[in-house]
Each structure stands twice: as C-alpha cells, then as structure tokens.
Design a protein around this ligand. Structure first.
Ligand code: IDP
Length: 137
C-alpha cells in the first residue's frame, strides 16, 4: 500500500539544526523516498488552511505565531504505509509522553514546539499536499 504524506519540520527543528537528523531517520526507512522538499517561511493564509480544524482552540493563535516564526522544511514522503509510519517515527503530540527513540521523544519538551508535523490520514495527506505543493498530482 504505497502512500504519500506531507511532513513539516517545524521552526524549532530548523533553528536547532535538527533537520538533517530528522530527514535521515525518514530516509533510512526501507523503500521510502522524498519526492519534494522546500525550505519556506509560512504565511498566515497557508497556516490557517493547514491548521483550520484547530481554529478557536486555546493553543491555535500561539501555534500559528510559532509556525510563522521562522522557516520550516516541507516535504512529501512516499512509500509503503508512510502515513502511519512517519507518525510512529514522530511519536505522540506531547514530547514528554513520546517514547525515547521517537523524534519528539528524543528532542522535544514543549507541546507546541514538537519539531515535526505529519499527516494523520490519507484524506489529510491529500489536502495538505495540495496546500504546500499545489499542482502536484
Ligand atoms: P499532531 O501534530 O500530533 O497531529 P494536533 O492535535 O493536530 O497534533 O495539534 C497540532 C499541533 O498543535 C501540535 O503538533 C502542537 O504543535 C500543537 N498543539 C496541540 N495541542 C496543544 C496544546 O495543548 N498546547 C500547545 N500546543 C498544542
């Protein structure tokens, strides 16, 4: 079941120089490949589209501010079970609850600054790929 997923290495990952480390972990999974990669500072419009489901929640405004605070690395990753797989590499949202060995578990402390976003379903992946890489089929 080959899939694709949209991954963002958040501004904390870029600022802390962890993008190479995180990308290496993704690349080492057998058969997965990166089909798009871009360093980009996100504008409000893109962030509102991406995180629209969270609008109105207490963490929404600080989240958008954080996500616009510096460049992110946006990637499309393709491969077998890659949606579930990148979420497993990332670990749960709260880095303190994330197991050591996962990206969030190894490098994160603050819930908001949890280093990585990865699509959580096929529907989200298709929606998010279109937001960040419009024109890609
Ligand atoms: P996910 O990124 O693990 O899928 P979501 O629930 O979709 O988690 O939340 C999106 C992002 O919003 C999280 O990755 C995190 O950066 C931030 N976030 C979620 N819940 C909280 C919270 O309770 N406090 C602060 N930030 C949060």
């Amino acid at each position: 079941m080959s899939q694709r997923t949209l991954v963002l290495l958040k501004p904390d990952a870029v600022r802390r120089g962890l993008t190479g480390e995180i990308i290496s972990r993704i690349e080492r999974k057998a058969g997965w490949r990166i089909s798009a990669l871009e360093l980009r500072t996100l504008d409000q419009d893109t962030l509102e589209q991406h995180y629209g489901e969270h609008r109105g929640k207490p963490f929404y405004e600080p989240l958008v501010e954080f996500m616009a605070s510096g460049p992110v690395v946006a990637l499309i990753v393709e491969g077998e079970r890659v949606i579930e797989g990148v979420r497993a590499l990332a670990g749960p949202t709260d880095p303190i609850a994330a197991a050591p060995g996962s990206i969030r578990g190894d490098y994160g402390v603050i819930v908001r600054e949890n280093l990585i976003h990865a699509s959580d379903s096929e529907e989200s992946a298709e929606r998010e790929v279109k937001i960040f890489f419009p024109g890609r089929d």
